[in-house]
Design a protein around this ligand. Structure first.
Ligand SMILES: NC(=O)C1=CN([C@@H]2O[C@H](COP(=O)(O)OP(=O)(O)OC[C@H]3O[C@@H](n4cnc5c(N)ncnc54)[C@H](O)[C@@H]3O)[C@@H](O)[C@H]2O)C=CC1
Ligand SMILES: O=C(O)[C@H]1O[C@H](OP(=O)(O)OP(=O)(O)OC[C@H]2O[C@@H](n3ccc(=O)[nH]c3=O)[C@H](O)[C@@H]2O)[C@H](O)[C@@H](O)[C@@H]1O
Length: 485
């Protein structure tokens, strides 16, 4: 069989062609994916691409209707085209009916595990409910593979439930196969992950996961086989490490701010040390999203339950450093507004928690926009993909439909999510639209010198300000034709 990973990379995205570019349906496994959000929809589509027959199941009727009609209910680069191709070739379907999962070889659990509303703990209600709905349909030997991020010990509890509540009894086995994909790179990360982690309790479970991921493994991806508890912990440890790395550099940014040192140069110097590396070492507004913040809190909570809270006590500091970045960004904007943002027109560029995503869960940009709005600033937000989600969640903020409209008349521009379109914007052209050339680069994403050369007062968190002129005294040049936006 051709490796479908190669087919995915080379295939055209035109779905009007009746010949399936991924090749004819391959004799793969039968899979169900329970929960079709950011993770589950990506997993379902990519597993179909690997040659398996996949049904995606969710309790959200609108989401299932949308997916079944070939419309991705969220933005993820490249996924929409693949969804249509997999639906067209007949290997992928969606349903709200759990009986559609009956007979599958592997059932992947991909439902949400958000933070509880009133506690740092993970809310496992959705996972428990999903397994309770699935279990009655499991009447033959099969594997239930958890992919959601869960507190260590969850798999053991769910395995006992599965054995006692499914008609298959001991023939229905539970494994944990945590997921490490990043939003914005979800397809690439699923098809070419850094590693696969199989938390299994039997050779049959390992064999089924090997068969499922065969093309990915054949591509050279390392597999770590372990027990389910270790697999659950790998995920918590990985996200905690990533969050720690970000907060570490942001802690250095705080020190730089107190000393006039430059955190960008510091990060660059650190990154040349191969033992440290440069990834996840970009200072700025810090991390948000549906995962890192809630995962470090859930991990801390679980460690306390286990009596080893001290072991990860530092994660509370990681969280605190991260939250302080948001307030510091508001403070920097307030400084630019001569100490009071009330009535000042602030344009916030970015709403998603990161570029190339429309996900606004715990989005730092929107949190800052909210704080500024509460302080009386006239806040206008623009994001290339997250506008609908942002409007729904923060109806009190003002929104613009284009970058140009967003910055027109701004007294302070704050770049808070580093979309490429913002990075590429021409500072001189932008400068013709604003009322004042004041910019806060919350992500160290812009060319500071280019902005300064174009007459902007450029400031970034943790970088020396090199103030060119008092904020409200700058003359604004007359409007010139706008190019390169
Ligand atoms: N979003 C990401 O990039 C990644 C997420 N994860 C983990 O994957 C899990 C899911 O995350 P997301 O996909 O981001 O969440 P999401 O909120 O986008 O999707 C969760 C889906 O589960 C569905 N659901 C809820 N209760 C259900 C039930 N009883 N039966 C069937 N479906 C049900 C919801 O309707 C929703 O569509 C979380 O544990 C998360 O930590 C892990 C790696 C990457
Ligand atoms: O468990 C999950 O759901 C996922 O969480 C993160 O992925 P994701 O949240 O999609 O995005 P990241 O690229 O990790 O970025 C997270 C946040 O950190 C911020 N960040 C990232 C890197 C950096 O150097 N500095 C920084 O502030 C980003 O702006 C963003 O707000 C992990 O990177 C994935 O491996 C994991 O699977």
């Amino acid at each position: 069989m051709n490796n479908p990973l190669t087919a995915a990379t080379n295939a055209p995205s035109d779905t009007s062609d009746s010949s399936d570019p991924a090749g004819p349906p391959a004799p793969g496994l039968s899979l169900s994916v329970i929960g079709t959000g950011y993770l589950g929809a990506t997993h379902a589509v990519c597993m179909a691409l690997l040659g398996h027959s996949v049904v995606g199941i969710d309790v959200d009727e609108n989401k299932i209707r949308s997916l079944a009609s070939g419309t991705l209910p969220f933005y993820e680069p490249g996924l929409q085209e693949l969804l249509r191709r997999m639906l067209a070739c007949g290997r992928l379907s969606f349903s709200t009916d759990f009986s559609a999962a009956a007979g599958a070889d592997i059932h992947f659990l991909c439902v949400g595990t958000p933070q509880k509303p009133d506690s740092p703990a993970a809310d496992l209600r959705f996972l428990d409910a999903a397994l309770a709905r699935l279990a009655p349909h499991l009447d033959r030997a099969c594997l239930v593979a958890g992919k959601s991020t869960v507190p260590v010990g969850t798999a053991e509890r769910l395995a006992a439930f599965l054995r006692s509540s499914s008609p298959a009894g001991d023939q229905a086995e539970l494994a944990w196969n945590p997921e490490f994909l990043r939003e914005g790179h979800a397809v690439e990360d699923t098809l070419h992950p850094d590693r696969l982690v199989f938390g299994v309790a039997s050779r049959q479970a390992r064999a089924l996961l090997d068969a499922c991921y065969a093309p990915v493994i054949a591509d050279g991806t390392p597999v770590v086989e372990t027990d389910p508890a270790t697999a659950e912990l790998v995920k918590a440890a990985a996200n905690s490490f990533l969050a720690t790395k970000i907060s570490y550099i942001n802690a250095m940014a705080e020190i730089c701010e107190a000393t006039g040192a430059d955190v960008n140069q510091l990060a660059t110097a650190l990154s040349y040390d191969n033992r440290i590396g440069g990834r996840f070492l970009t200072p700025g507004l810090g991390f948000g999203g549906g995962c890192l913040p809630k995962d470090i809190r859930a991990f801390t909570h679980r460690a306390k339950e286990l009596g080893v809270g001290q072991a990860v006590g530092f994660l509370q500091e990681v969280d605190a450093i991260n939250q302080r970045r948001r307030q510091r960004t508001v403070d920097l904007i307030t400084e630019m507004a001569c100490g009071d943002p009330a009535g000042v027109h602030v344009t916030v560029l970015g709403a998603a928690f990161k570029p190339d995503s429309d996900d606004i869960r715990d989005a730092p940009a929107l949190d800052v926009a909210r704080m500024l709005h509460q302080a009386g600033a006239k806040v206008t937000v623009f994001d290339p993909k997250a506008m609908n989600n942002a409007r729904r969640a923060y109806p009190d903020l003002a929104y613009a439909d284009t970058l140009e409209a967003a910055v027109t008349g701004a007294e302070i521009v704050a770049l808070l999510t580093e979309w490429d379109v913002f990075r590429r914007a021409d500072p001189a052209a932008l400068g013709t639209l604003v009322q004042r050339r004041n910019i806060v680069d919350g992500r160290h994403a812009l060319d500071a010198e280019a902005y300064r050369a174009a007459g902007w007062d450029y400031r970034a968190l943790g970088a020396p300000s090199k103030l060119p002129a008092p904020v409200h005294d700058q003359a604004v040049p007359t409007a010139e034709p706008l190019v390169m936006l």
